[in-house]
Design a protein. Structure first.
Length: 255
């Protein structure tokens, strides 16, 4: 009986060593890596597709995204949130990351975007211009000033002389879009790419003043990363031919 217990214990120890050895192959196979990318909310659909193509081109790699307003992402990074790559919706928020010493090297511009007016499908309030958004009784929603789309909204107001009185200021452009599509607002200012992605659920009204507030999107590898080479490869992929094609299809302009 004693012999059997010793044999069983020895077998269990051997199995534990085997599982430790084999477990690294099952859960962390050779070459398996996870890349964490912080990206502006307006990049959610395009970067999700870019991430899928990057994974397909790099077997064993998983790209995990965190999408939010650029300023919110900067706050998280400054407070120590771990990430490998950051893609912002304007140069100012990327500048905050650079100033904090969190970027590795010089960020690269990879896309541009402009604002458009969106209304409920069919444009029931018959909005045709930026000036129309100042009409009394109209509920308008915009991005908060600290968010890139909000900063662009302020520049549009300054250049046009129009003064908007929004019913709310949102922390991301996707939240603005959500208020309009859900009927909580008559109109909002979002990026042309968000309006395009929303399809028939909204009516988009371009306005000429938006040309004076073009947002340029930069991307950078972050300094505090254990995946420097992979992060650099992702940046190259996103800014390269395949990434640019996906961005152009979504309505982003070239930098």
């Amino acid at each position: 009986m004693k012999t059997r217990v010793v044999v069983a214990a020895s077998a269990a120890i051997a199995c534990a060593f085997a599982l430790t050895s084999c477990g690294s192959n099952d859960s962390t196979e050779a070459g398996a890596e996870t890349l964490t990318v912080f990206a502006a909310a307006s990049l959610q659909n395009t970067f999700t597709e870019i991430g899928e193509q990057f994974e397909a081109a790099n077997p064993g790699v998983t790209v995990e995204f965190s999408f939010a307003g650029s300023s919110s992402l900067v706050t998280q990074l400054v407070e120590g949130a771990p990430a490998d790559v950051f893609a912002a919706a304007d140069t100012k928020t990327m500048g905050d990351v650079v100033d904090a010493g969190l970027a590795a090297g010089e960020p690269g511009d990879f896309a541009t975007n402009v604002l458009t007016i969106v209304t409920e499908s069919g444009n029931p309030e018959n909005i045709t211009s930026l000036e129309d958004l100042t009409r009394e009784g109209l509920s308008v929603v915009v991005c908060a000033p600290q968010v890139p789309c909000g900063a662009a909204t302020e520049r549009v107001e300054e250049s046009s002389g129009a003064t908007l009185t929004p019913v709310s200021e949102e922390s991301s452009v996707t939240d603005v879009l959500g208020k309009v599509t859900s009927g909580q607002a008559d109109a909002g200012l979002v990026y042309v790419t968000d309006a395009k992605d929303a399809g028939e659920s909204v009516t988009a009204i371009p306005f000429p003043e938006s040309a004076g507030a073009v947002n340029t999107y930069p991307i950078a590898r972050l300094a505090d990363t254990d995946n420097a080479e992979l992060a650099a490869e992702f940046v190259d992929f996103a800014t390269g031919e395949q990434g640019r094609a996906i961005l152009a299809e979504a309505g982003f302009g070239a930098p």
